[in-house]
Design a protein around this ligand. Structure first.
Ligand code: TXA
Ligand code: MG
Length: 325
């Protein structure tokens, strides 16, 4: 792995070009957040509808007033507690943030990512970098530089390689722009962690009547191969029946469940939650690229610890098996 070329990345951002970069969650596809022409290139590269807002990535200890107005007290406390880290705050926007970044909404998403390459880039650029996950719209988020290349090819002039992303699934999104705080997308920062800092338990997005959030569309994070979630106790029978139908299948399940058969490609899931999240998108991508007819995923446990992982798996199942439109 070559050392990431931060000088070139900063120069490209200043010229209004795109740069893909690693964060602790997934790889982002970045542009200068205050340059609408540069940000427009993100939407073209991803094939993303223009009304989907982008998260602005900021260097450590940002002046939130430059991006949000007003800045709620709760935002200052959460920023202090969790940044750099996998928490995105949706705040009322400062008017200087371009419409193309906010998707025309009156709010803006902000976060300080916890990854040495991202932090160096942001410190040297000394501004905000608008960045969605660096995948084609609706598809599996990239957790390595190679994934970004597969997704976007030549549409991005530079991919900074920071190795595999440590967290592996996207940030928690907390909306503080409404009267009561609401989690629009679960992630590594849990509702209980947030409640510890602000004194109230946030609602969850489904109840909260969330605004347009592409991460909240049911068919997001989806492989092209049909994907089904299977209860652990049903897995052996399900695999046997699919083999009997003559299908070539992929399975993401614990090693203890493994079925050895030439029609089956097995990805061994590590039951530890953090490792499971870290590996999840790489596993799904590997299974999706193997030209199989079906992917079976052993359903993880329920409960708050697994909320974010289960959210991504349900979306992957509901959007799977569709070609790009
Ligand atoms: O971990 C992450 O958040 C990664 C890394 C690259 O930072 N980024 C990411 O971006 O997942 P993206 O665009 O793939 O997902 C961000 C979600 C989108 O669903 C978007 O609609 C929502 O955040 N979002 C951004 N700004 C918003 C706003 N003002 N109001 C509501 N939702 C917003
Ligand atoms: Mg995304």
């Amino acid at each position: 792995m070559k050392p990431p070329d931060i000088d070139r990345a900063v120069a490209l951002l200043r010229q209004g070009e795109l740069v893909a970069f690693p964060t602790e969650t997934v790889y982002g596809l970045g542009a200068d957040a205050l340059n609408p022409d540069a940000v427009a290139k993100i939407f073209r590269a991803k094939g993303r509808p223009a009304d989907h807002p982008l998260i602005v990535h900021l260097p450590p200890k940002p002046t939130l007033e430059l991006w949000a107005n007003p800045v709620p007290q709760a935002a200052l406390r959460l920023a202090e507690a969790f940044w750099p880290g996998p928490l995105t705050l949706i705040l009322p926007r400062n008017r200087r943030v371009p419409d193309i970044v906010t998707g025309g909404q009156e709010s803006v998403g902000l976060r300080v990512p916890d990854h040495p390459v991202a932090l160096e880039l942001l410190l040297r650029f000394a501004g905000g970098v608008a960045a969605p996950s660096a995948n084609r719209f609706g598809r599996i988020s990239p957790t390595t530089a190679a994934h970004v290349r597969t997704e976007l090819g030549d549409a991005v002039p530079l991919v900074l390689d920071g190795g595999p992303c440590p967290v592996g699934i996207e940030s928690t999104i907390l909306d503080l722009s409404r009267s009561t705080p609401a989690i629009l997308r679960p992630g590594a920062v849990a509702a209980a962690d947030i409640a510890d800092v602000i004194g109230v338990e946030p609602e969850s997005g489904a109840d909260a009547g969330a605004p347009r959030v592409s991460g909240s569309l049911p068919g997001h994070y989806a492989p092209r191969t049909p994907l089904r979630l299977v209860a652990p106790t049903d897995m052996a029978a399900e695999v046997a029946s699919r083999i009997g139908q003559g299908l070539e299948i992929g399975v993401l399940a614990r090693e203890a469940q493994r079925v050895r058969n030439r029609q089956v490609l097995w990805q061994a899931a590590v039951p530890d939650r953090d490792t499971y999240a870290h590996d999840l998108y790489a596993h799904l991508r590997a299974l999706d690229e193997a030209q199989l007819q079906l992917i079976l995923v052993e359903a993880p446990p329920e409960g708050p610890e697994w909320l974010a992982v289960n959210d991504r798996l349900r979306r992957a199942a509901s959007g799977s098996g569709e070609e790009d439109t």
